[in-house]
Design a protein around this ligand. Structure first.
Ligand SMILES: Cc1cc2nc3c(=O)[nH]c(=O)nc-3n(C[C@H](O)[C@H](O)[C@H](O)COP(=O)(O)O)c2cc1C
Length: 331
């Protein structure tokens, strides 16, 4: 369904070309100072307009409908909305019968029996991530001392940031798209967040990260790159009474529980499926594989705008785990 969270609960709603998109937050403790301006920085980091991003520019003005009074959260559900103002829906009508390869057009068509709102990707659009970013801002306030560092570490296979701009130029020139890897790091995380089995911290973080359209890989610490190491080269030796380790190949989590070292996660975001290059794909009307030319406005590299979304997902997972850890302690 469209909700997640045990104590810090999120319900995501909206469609790309509907009236609005947003998020309903429940379980937010009362007494947290919260105002519209608190969201400005992170919303700006997600905005389009830079090289490699869509030219659908929206004002993204936040509307806090409920749950905040006199500048503080009340403990009641917080409904956050963003109006859709810049929509061109005619661009998408042909994709119902001739679905885009690797987009959600086909799966949505079958699952929702042709009742889905297909305009601009509908509920599957990256536009819905505005709600996640907003929830992330609230989560960061609850986490207080946790610091986040989010970096683009690979663009289209290249790890040299000095070449990213040229790589993007080339992709745009070719009307194509590109993926990449984001590195997320959270420091100042309490020891003890997460559960041993089904709600292990890796599981709850990954659940949120994989909820973001375009995410196809998540690894913690050294992740898959640990495959050729022996235990003696992989293990993180503890070097002080606070559990600090010499290396952080485990990504700050052992036994599903945070160990006090930085939570380190790397996320692979695939190349945008909507590209300007013609692709062969099945047409359900003519019952033939035919060439598809995708119109509309799209990001050449989703990853550029997804970085702050993924950071928000990490914050949301940590926040939920923190509220649960507090409850264990009776706080
Ligand atoms: C911030 C963001 C922006 C996106 N922009 C586009 C876009 O412009 N065009 C597109 O086809 N997909 C875009 N996507 C991805 C799609 O909305 C869709 O979720 C994805 O193709 C689904 O892929 P997957 O479920 O196989 O990972 C974007 C995703 C995010 C998170």
């Amino acid at each position: 369904m469209n909700h997640i969270g045990r104590l810090f609960q999120l319900n995501i709603f909206g469609e790309s070309h509907g009236n609005s998109v947003g998020i309903l937050l429940d379980g937010v403790p009362c007494g947290i100072a919260l105002k519209e301006e608190d969201f400005t920085t992170d919303l700006k980091r997600r905005k389009a307009g830079l090289k490699g991003t869509t030219n659908r520019i929206e004002p993204d003005e936040i509307i806090i409908e409920s749950g905040v009074f006199n500048g503080y959260t009340t403990g009641m559900p917080i409904l956050i909305r963003f109006l859709n103002t810049n929509t061109i829906s005619k661009d998408y009508s042909n994709l119902v019968s001739h679905p885009r390869p690797s987009h959600a057009d086909f799966t949505a068509k079958v699952k929702y029996n042709d009742f889905q709102d297909y305009r601009g990707g509908g509920h599957f659009s990256g536009r819905l991530t505005l709600g996640l970013v907003s929830a992330g801002v609230v989560a960061k306030k609850i986490l207080k001392t946790v610091q986040f560092e989010t970096k683009l570490v690979n663009l289209g296979g290249c790890e040299d940031p000095n070449r990213f701009s040229d790589i993007l130029d080339k992709v745009i020139e070719q009307n194509d798209s590109i993926g990449g890897i984001v590195s997320l790091k959270a420091t100042g995380v309490d020891i003890g967040l997460g559960e041993p089995y089904f709600d292990s911290l890796e599981s709850t973080i990954s659940h949120l990260l994989f909820s973001v359209g375009g995410v196809k890989g998540v690894e913690f610490g050294l992740g898959f790159r640990g495959v050729d190491r022996m235990g003696s080269a992989f293990n993180d030796c503890i070097i002080d009474e606070f559990g600090k380790t010499k290396t952080n190949h485990s990504g700050g989590i052992n036994g599903g529980i945070s160990n006090g070292n930085a939570i380190e996660v790397r996320v692979f975001v695939k190349p945008t499926s909507s590209i300007g290059v013609c692709q062969e794909t099945f047409n359900f009307e003519t019952k033939k594989v035919e060439s598809l030319k995708i119109e509309g406005r799209h990001d050449s590299a989703i990853i550029l705008r997804a970085m702050v979304v993924l950071e928000a997902c990490l914050a949301i997972a940590l926040c939920d785990a923190k509220l649960i850890a507090n409850a264990y302690k009776g706080e």
